[in-house]
Design a protein around this ligand. Structure first.
Ligand SMILES: *Cc1c(COP(=O)(O)O)cnc(C)c1O
Length: 424
């Protein structure tokens, strides 16, 4: 009888991995902030399963909502039919999102929510009699998902655009904002962005970016002044603004949505990842009333999209339960406490030879190295430290569940330091 990992390696594909992924660990169960491996070892989770399990694993409130829902209505097609869970979820998202976003399109994953946002922007200009406005402008260092439309606005280098040359729509890229979060953003920071925007405004449908925190494209935190200025420039140029809050949404940066740091509202906003507290695959694209009106008034008269699992009742139940937990407000104390502890406990990493820089924003701690890590070595080393940390390239980072306790977070920062210290 072969082990789970051996069986996996002969048939299963893993994210951004060769056909037989290695090293690989089999999880038997998870509770709170702990993953239990099939060999009985327990790991403290420093990744929130890629930003999503903000309330920890198997939270009783979300579990109860899912159990109740599965007995009544796991899923029903959303064409021509609706249900209370979806209505309530959309009402709540509109209520909590930045002002002016009044319509919600539910979908099944973050990448799809981005595809939808892009299609909306293109359809809006078509409906307004300006079909030539169909390109996008974004900033380098971004990540928006793995489907073709989303890939086309990911960073061209880390997103390996060269590999898909000819298959991806060619969009426009401005430099990554160099002004950091917490710092002022001088006007000349946006000179190149503004130049491209103004030059191409007649062919641009929208600007798309991750507000404040660029996630998988480089874990980079930039000035709220930059974002505020982008909003103003988009208005001047008559170009829509799409903010991708799939990683930042639901409190991770210390605000419910990262757009709040700059006090702006986009025309279209994407959420996903933490929407269901990490239990079900679900995402949403929110749009302003003007966007919705344009779409309804165009040639098609409808928005051309409709996933089979749109508005999944189980997904909505989980999302509503996760929003209940957020509404209790404990995240407002937990996230700043995590930020303070990460800043203090990761600071000593700064002097290690392998380390280029340490940065913290909200419940996100990043140690950027000089060289990419050797995953075959460090992944096992983290597991041996009893923590689950999954670096990519030069970036060793953590974004733990909000309810992590102080000593568990210390175990994560200690383990990160120990592993990084051993890198030569
Ligand atoms: C993860 C992510 C996506 C893609 O979401 P999936 O659910 O993986 O398709 C898009 N944008 C951002 C900012 C993300 O972090």
């Amino acid at each position: 009888m072969s082990t789970l990992v051996e069986r996996d390696q002969s048939v299963v594909w893993h994210p951004y991995a060769p056909p037989a992924a290695s090293p690989l660990f089999a999880v038997e169960s998870a509770r709170g902030v702990r993953l239990r491996l099939d060999d009985g070892r327990e790991l403290i989770d420093g990744m929130s399963s890629w930003w999503s399990t903000i309330h920890g694993y198997c939270h009783p409130h979300i579990e109860a909502a899912l159990k109740d829902q599965i007995e009544r209505l796991p899923h029903v097609m959303f064409g021509g039919l609706t249900h209370e869970g979806a209505i309530r979820l959309c009402e709540r998202l509109v209520e909590m999102a930045p002002a002016g976003l009044t319509r919600v399109f539910l979908s099944d994953s973050g990448s799809v929510a981005v595809e939808i946002a892009i299609k909306m922007a293109i359809q809006v200009w078509h409906a307004r009699g300006r079909p030539e406005k169909r390109r996008l402008l974004t900033i380098r260092g971004g990540y928006h998902g793995d489907t073709f439309g989303a890939m086309a606005v990911c960073d061209p280098e880390t997103g390996m655009h060269g590999l898909f040359e000819g298959s991806l729509t060619k969009h426009l890229f401005a430099p990554r904002p160099e002004c950091r979060f917490g710092e002022r953003c001088e006007e000349d920071e946006l000179a190149e962005f503004e130049r491209i925007l103004v030059t191409h405004k007649d062919e641009l449908a929208a600007v798309i970016l991750e507000p404040i925190v660029q996630g998988a494209g480089g874990m980079w935190f930039y000035s709220s002044g930059y974002l505020a200025r982008v909003r103003a420039l988009c208005d001047e140029a008559d170009v829509l603004l799409i903010t991708d809050e799939i990683a930042t949404g639901f409190g991770r940066t210390g605000k419910l949505f990262a757009c709040e740091h700059a006090g702006i509202s986009p025309d279209i906003l994407c959420v996903g990842k933490a929407l269901t507290g990490g239990t079900m695959s679900m995402a949403a694209t929110l749009a302003s009333e003007e966007v919705a009106q344009s779409l309804g008034g165009g040639e098609a008269g409808v928005f051309m999209h409709g996933p089979t699992f749109m508005g999944s009742a189980l997904g909505c139940a989980a999302a509503n339960a996760s929003l209940d937990l957020l509404e209790q407000g404990t995240w407002k104390h937990q996230v700043p406490a995590i930020a303070a502890q990460l800043a203090e406990e990761l600071e000593p990493c700064r002097t290690l030879p392998a380390v280029n820089e340490v940065r913290v924003l909200g419940a996100i701690g990043v140690v950027e190295l000089h060289e990419p890590v050797d995953m075959s070595v460090v992944q096992k080393a983290f597991v041996d430290e009893g923590i689950w940390i999954r670096p990519f390239g030069k970036l060793v980072y953590t974004m733990p569940p909000y309810l992590i306790e102080k000593q568990d977070l210390s175990a994560i920062t200690r383990g990160m330091k120990t592993v990084i210290e051993a890198i030569r």
